[in-house]
Ligand binder design. Structure first.
Ligand code: FAD
Ligand code: NAG
Ligand code: NAG
Ligand code: NAG
Ligand code: NAG
Ligand code: NAG
Ligand code: NAG
Ligand code: NAG
Length: 527
């Protein structure tokens, strides 16, 4: 999703400097650095690897991939005592071994998009960051239709690199090009191709990771349980993923993207009501999600309205799409003028509201938007009635100063055919769509932040009758700390029956819970 680049970095710098001064530099710290340097291959002078808070680059390195500003100026989180900018696998291994030796924890950061900042802040642990931004190469094996992608690569780098080799390959993963492979693939990964090819995690065929003992394991040496867990269970609980081997997905040379926008007066409520039955049952080549938001009504001063954007991708040409739309959703009034034909790679720009720009922007890791945000997710199993939908929209319209948005992401297609236990991500057959509630803002004061967070919680409470129950499901990649810190409570929400198996794997591979964060899988004995 595209968001503005605006807030001044100066403010951030000040906040960061004040906070980092608190992390004292002491014996532990120096001994860590000495040990680390002794146990890694000598690095050349041009690439710095360790950043302690007393170095000028620390702030810049820390914020280099932070996507959610509210964790930068929060007083309830702590910052790393050291950042390891790994450029060699041996750095990652040493970081694990040294941290254990020195009683520090590790937070791993690939793309830095974690919704609760868990890759770069902590609520209490003393920790280091292992930053994998330099681990970013993508090596394509065109003959076998696979690629090894390093964990720090962004989705944009993956999409761009594979399309350079072959215009008819894509990869089923998220729509935001700056999201990192390390977090995204290990937490599931949903996007425009998921109805046809499943989640990103469904397309992982091998992996390399550093375990709690600092060993490098691949699929064969880690075993199938361990390999299962890091394909949707969140790798942060199990180790540090260095790379994933993925299966590439066929895409036609020309695809068609479109946005059809309907406001209340244009029967938006009827159309979205209907969409709930159609969207999840469409031809799997057609992905049609609905984004809804409230806004001032341009045609009626002082009134509010709802805009429903049917934000879509068809894996084929406009002509065929017209036939598909005519037979499955004639009410929408889709016409040839709505079609935008392009390559699949260009469609990534379309979904990021970057249409018309060169595809090289997908390689730009710095398309940073300096915003704060909060999101939550729900799964819908029974269509919401038109009356209920209107009540939900009334809630959005009344929350005048709250930038609330709903992304309704259709399921169905191949997602229905994959068993719930195939990967830790269990939301398959029986789910019509997922809702992401999303809000973002530019203000940095705590009062505004708290007000927004509280409206988000109100909306979530309001939605209770309309969404999945027992458990009320949530999507791990849309991590939500409001689900609590008690694993027995949030575990089944993210993973349903797969939660227990994740805890068993954890017991085997990291029994002392070294790899942990505020919502990580605990070993069975601490459940
Ligand atoms: C703007 C935006 C758009 C998004 N769009 C989508 C979308 O379209 N579809 C979708 O499914 N999701 C989407 N997401 C959510 C995204 O998938 C998750 O936030 C994902 O976890 C981010 O991965 P990351 O590597 O960028 O984040 P990070 O913050 O680096 O990591 C996220 C979590 O994974 C852990 N982790 C990271 N790398 C590793 C590693 N190498 N080994 C072990 N653990 C690791 C971190 O410690 C942290 O717990 C979006 C997020 C944002 C901010
Ligand atoms: C090092 O600093 C941390 C705080 O950052 C403190 O908790 C710890 O006790 C210190 N250790 C020594 C040996 O001074
Ligand atoms: C920063 O702190 C580390 C660890 O205490 C120390 O080794 C290093 O010399 C310090 N660097 C600067 C520039 O002060
Ligand atoms: C990592 O270091 C090892 C040992 O020095 C070296 O053999 C290897 O080539 C390095 N790998 C990379 C990617 O730099
Ligand atoms: C030194 O490090 C830089 C940055 O990581 C790298 O591009 C370069 O190849 C390295 N040079 C040598 C001689 O290893
Ligand atoms: C390109 O990928 C398609 C599958 O998406 C495959 O059939 C074709 O052989 C590939 N072409 C080349 C030149 O590798
Ligand atoms: C504004 O909304 C009110 C209440 O719903 C309605 O009666 C009125 O007709 C609307 N005004 C316009 C210009 O549409
Ligand atoms: C998309 O970009 C255009 C112009 O660049 C902007 O006016 C519009 O608001 C953006 N839309 C979204 C949904 O961000």
């Amino acid at each position: 999703m595209a968001l503005p680049t605006s807030v001044s970095l100066a403010v951030l710098s000040i906040l960061l400097t004040v906070n980092s001064a608190i992390s004292s530099l002491n014996a532990t710290h120096e001994s860590f650095m000495r040990y680390f340097l002794d146990h890694t291959s000598p690095s050349n002078s041009s690439s710095q690897i360790l950043y302690s808070p007393n170095t000028t680059a620390y702030d810049a390195v820390l914020r280099s991939s932070i996507r959610n500003l509210r964790f930068l100026y929060s007083s309830s989180t702590t910052k790393p005592v050291l950042i390891v900018s790994a450029t060699n696998e041996s750095h990652v291994q040493a970081a694990v071994v040294c941290s254990r030796k020195h009683g520090l924890r590790v937070r791993v950061r690939s793309g830095g998009h974690d919704y609760e900042g868990m890759s770069y802040v902590s609520e209490g642990d003393r920790f280091i960051i292992v930053d994998l931004a330099a681990f970013r190469s993508v090596t394509v094996d065109a003959e076998h239709g696979t690629a090894w992608v390093l964990a720090g690569a962004t989705l944009g780098e993956v999409y761009y690199t594979i399309a350079q080799k072959n215009r008819t390959v894509g990869f089923s993963a998220g729509t935001c090009p700056t999201v990192g492979v390390g977090g995204h693939l290990s937490g599931g990964g949903l996007g425009t191709l998921s109805r046809k090819y499943g989640t990103a995690a469904d397309n992982i065929v091998d992996a390399r990771l550093v375990d709690v003992n600092g060993r490098i394991l691949d699929r064969q040496s880690m075993g199938e349980d361990y390999f299962w867990a890091i394909r949707g269970g969140g790798a942060a609980s199990f180790g540090i993923v260095l790379s994933y081997k993925i299966e590439l997905n066929y895409v036609p040379p020309i695809v068609t993207a479109f946005n059809v926008i309907r406001a209340l007066k244009q029967d938006a409520a009827k159309l979205v009501t209907k969409w709930q039955q159609i969207g999840p049952n469409l031809d799997e080549n057609l992905y049609m999600r609905v984004i809804t938001l409230a806004k001032d009504d341009d045609e009626a001063e002082g009134n509010r309205t709802i805009e429903a954007i049917f934000n879509s991708l068809y894996l084929g040409r406009c002509e065929e799409l017209l036939t598909v739309m005519g037979s499955s959703f004639p009410e929408l009034g889709f016409e040839a003028a709505d079609c935008n034909e392009m390559s699949w790679l260009e469609s990534v720009l379309f979904f990021n509201n970057d249409s018309g720009r060169p595809t090289e922007v997908l390689l730009d890791r710095k398309q940073e938007f300096y915003i704060s945000f909060k999101a939550k997710s729900d799964f819908v199993r029974e269509p919401v009635t038109e009356i209920a939908l209107e009540e939900i929209w009334m809630f959005l319209m009344e929350a005048k100063d709250e930038p609330l948005m709903l992304f309704m992401e259709p399921f169905g297609g191949v997602l229905n055919e994959i068993p719930e236990s195939a990967t830790p991500f269990p939301y398959r057959k029986g789910n019509l769509y997922m809702i992401q509630y999303f809000m973002w803002w530019l203000e940095t004061d705590m009062e505004t932040t708290e007000r927004h967070l509280s409206w988000m919680r109100k909306l979530y409470a309001f939605m209770t009758p309309y969404v999945s129950k027992n458990p009320r499901a949530a999507y791990l990649n849309y991590k939500d700390i409001d689900l609590g810190r008690t694993a027995r409570v949030w575990g089944p929400k993210y993973f349903k029956n797969n939660f227990k198996r994740l805890a068993y794997v954890k017991s085997k591979v990291d029994p002392h819970n070294f790899f942990r964060n505020e919502q990580s899988i605990p070993p069975v004995k601490s459940l």
